[in-house]
Write a new protein. Structure first.
Length: 96
């Protein structure tokens, strides 16, 4: 059985042009082998994603979720190569 999860989608905010920073809320159902040592230390092995659902995607730069769209990986690569990633809005870091 293939345990590789679906490829992670790329997003673009059509409101501000952001291609790099998003708050993604998702639900994931997995199965994995839990291996405990005699001392009680846990190692999780062979994780398998059984089901995955993205609940919401919000732009980290402008705070909207309504303008975020999923884009094709090839389109994202073209945008990255062309340097079309917009700068964060003035007045603050997208990280803070």
């Amino acid at each position: 059985m293939d345990t590789t999860p679906n490829p992670t989608p790329r997003y673009r905010c059509t409101a501000c042009g952001n291609l790099t920073r998003f708050e993604v809320t998702q639900t994931r159902r997995t199965r994995a082998f839990h291996h405990y040592t005699i001392g009680g230390e846990l190692t999780v092995e062979d994780p398998e994603v059984l089901e995955e659902h993205v609940e919401s995607v919000v732009c980290r730069w402008c705070g909207t979720g309504a303008s975020v769209v999923e884009i094709d990986a090839a389109d994202a690569a073209e945008d990255d190569a062309a340097g079309s990633v917009a700068a964060p809005p003035a007045g603050g870091s997208p990280e803070g």
